[in-house]
Design a protein around this ligand. Structure first.
Ligand SMILES: C[S@@+](CC[C@H](N)C(=O)[O-])C[C@H]1O[C@@H](n2cnc3c(N)ncnc32)[C@H](O)[C@@H]1O
Length: 254
């Protein structure tokens, strides 16, 4: 789907049906897309042309911003609106004492909240892991020191759709990076990558990287890494993480 203005009219291209073109496979990302769609007139007809807005790594998914409509899948990503009230608790590995720091983020919209586990307390979400570049830029460089725990109150979050939040499962998005693999390298680990996983409708052709299922005729709902385009069942991803224990769940065993 793509909305664009042409000759004063708002037009929408629905590319859901397979027509053999590759452009129709490009998914939406309104937070951190790596390309941009432009309308270019050729021989009097509008053509939609996709341009990269930054370097795109091999294997990285190509995305662009579909526009400002309320696309249903967007409700699965949380945005922080009051960064000044966002509390970051740093857990050092050697000490169990929590150190509370207040995080100030210049561009709240660029801070993605990454959830691993949800506490029993309905008011508070306890988030393990993650600091993305915006966190690092803010001067709180806890990632390399050990496990980082972020505590957020629900009312500190702006949701695109409050209803969606109620329906959402604890795992929304989870980032691990190399610095956060807080244990010694494990034998058999072939590749360490940084996963940014989002809930996603996944094609029946794509299988869970862990259990290689499901065998389904239709799309299935799972987790997709925005960087390497791996897919998991949510339960498989969680199991994998538990199994990995103290080592980073983003490691893939040979
Ligand atoms: C142009 S198609 C993109 C390719 C599509 N994902 C596929 O496999 O055929 C647009 C459709 O992809 C899905 N889609 C696009 N971006 C998405 C996103 N960020 N998350 C989940 N689904 C998305 C929506 O179902 C949308 O109607």
């Amino acid at each position: 789907m793509f909305e664009f203005r042409y000759n004063g009219k708002l037009l929408c291209v629905d590319a859901a049906r397979d027509d053999g073109s590759l452009g129709r496979l490009v998914n939406d990302d309104h937070i951190n897309p790596n390309s941009r769609m432009k309308t270019i007139r050729v021989d009097g007809k509008p053509h939609l042309c996709l341009f990269a807005t930054r370097s795109i790594c091999p294997g990285e998914e190509i995305t662009y911003d579909y526009g400002d409509s309320e696309w249903p899948w967007r409700c699965t990503t949380l945005s922080v609106v009051e960064p000044s009230t966002l509390e970051v608790n740093t857990l050092s590995q050697s000490e169990d004492t929590d150190v509370e720091k207040t995080l100030s983020v210049v561009e709240p919209s660029t801070l993605e909240v990454n959830t691993l586990s949800q506490s029993e307390d309905t008011d508070v979400e306890k988030l393990k892991v993650v600091s993305d570049q915006s966190v690092l830029d803010s001067g709180i460089c806890a990632a390399s020191e050990g496990l980082e725990k972020v505590t957020l109150k629900k009312d500190q979050l702006l949701l695109d759709d409050q209803d969606c939040f109620e329906k959402m499962s604890p795992v929304k998005e989870h980032v691990l990076n190399e610095e956060q693999s807080f244990c010694a390298p494990v034998e058999g680990v072939k590749e360490v990558c940084r996963h940014v996983v989002v809930t996603s409708a996944i094609s029946s052709m794509d299988k869970c990287a862990e259990c290689v299922g499901p065998v389904a005729a239709l799309k299935w709902i799972g987790l997709r890494c925005k960087l390497c385009s791996s897919f998991w069942h949510k339960s498989c991803y969680l199991k994998l993480h538990e199994w990995n224990g103290r080592r980073s769940s983003c490691m893939r065993s040979t």
